[in-house]
Ligand binder design. Sequence first.
Ligand code: IMP
Length: 428
Amino acid sequence: MTATVVLGLAWGDEGKGRVCDVLAHDVDFVSRYSGGNNAGHTVRVGDEEFKLHLVPSGVVREDVICTIGNGVVVNPQVLKQEVEALEKRGFDARARLKVDGRAHLIMPYHIALDSHREIGLGEQKIGTTNRGIGPTYEDKVARSGVRVQDILDEGILRRKLKAALREKNAVFENVYGETPYDVEELVAWLESYREFIEPMISDTGAMLRDGLEEQKKVLLEGGQATLLDNDHGTYPFVTSSNPTIGGAIVGSGISLKHVDQIVGVTKAYTTRVGDGPMPTELHDEVGGKIRETGREFGTTTGRPRRVGWLDLPAIKFAADMNGITYVALTLLDVLTCVEKVNVCVGYEIDGERFDGYPMHQTDLHHARPVYKELPGWEEDITGCRMRGDLPEAARDFVEFVETEVGAPLCMISVGSEREQAIVEKIGA
Ligand code: IMP
């Protein structure tokens, strides 16, 4: 039984899609387990670039079955657009994609609520992707959500929508001064996706479990990342799901006993989109250079990402909490543009040195990074395929990260092309 979980160790955009694409070369299933189309996974194959938001990145590998697990929230309109776009580019996406009937649907009113809430928060806004993610998960927990399987039963769908809209329409009318949503219009909207989605609706957890019993290989592809986790991240500046190891189990329907590798992905530096604390954020020329070189603009929203040095206490916390067995280090080539590389090894909080990751959010807001400066390198590393090919300074950086995080590296990406990677050990 081999299931490998790939998850982010920081605030997302670590290149999980890229890592999954490399690890997917010999797997049977690639599955998303949390989040929705707030994620943006970029995969490059030859000259082609694929930006995927909902469909697992395994779709670009022939013969891989892709599943969207029960823990994912699904916007049917986005799903259809993404599948059709992939089909236009020659991938038989529909035939190889299964969507769990328990996954919750993102409805137009969830997106409207997301946007009203953010406007209402003003300067305290979370900086969400405005895709309706939070309100959809809220409805799931409140037991007033609409699930993918409800599309198959118009009567149930109508009943659920009526119940969900009773309070929401009062809020839309009385708090936001908007026209209430019409149940019949929403039923018709969902019905318009029935023909498309029905053949894909499955019990994806059972599929994965059966596959694992037959010695098939499963790759669980995380969206978002540990520091955006609703429980373990920088709350309230987080997403509304658990993109950590527990969420991988709950959101895919497989058991802990099936998981034998957990790959934590981190960039060679740090980025964050949206608001919230980020102790190593750079506001200078170096940050700008990294942003430009690393093309650090959101895949989903196009927003410029906040850029900073690698924050080891945060990464170590994430590695420890998820129990990672391997690290995948991405975008090492981007650091070729900087003269000296800083790595945060601790914080100074209100005058005192602190080497762990603070539990108290106020401490994190006050944390000033303590850096270890490492020499940079000027050589082009995009052609390196073994660790020994790297210039000494890059090798030292990589080894420092590996030792500090305390888990072996399984992959170092040195460019955006599929083959531009040093692959040392494959967990899958
Ligand atoms: P939401 O998930 O749209 O509710 O956004 C909540 C927070 O998570 C915001 O700060 C977003 O910018 C951030 N976020 C959500 N998804 C991603 C992602 O895939 N990459 C990076 N940040 C994300």
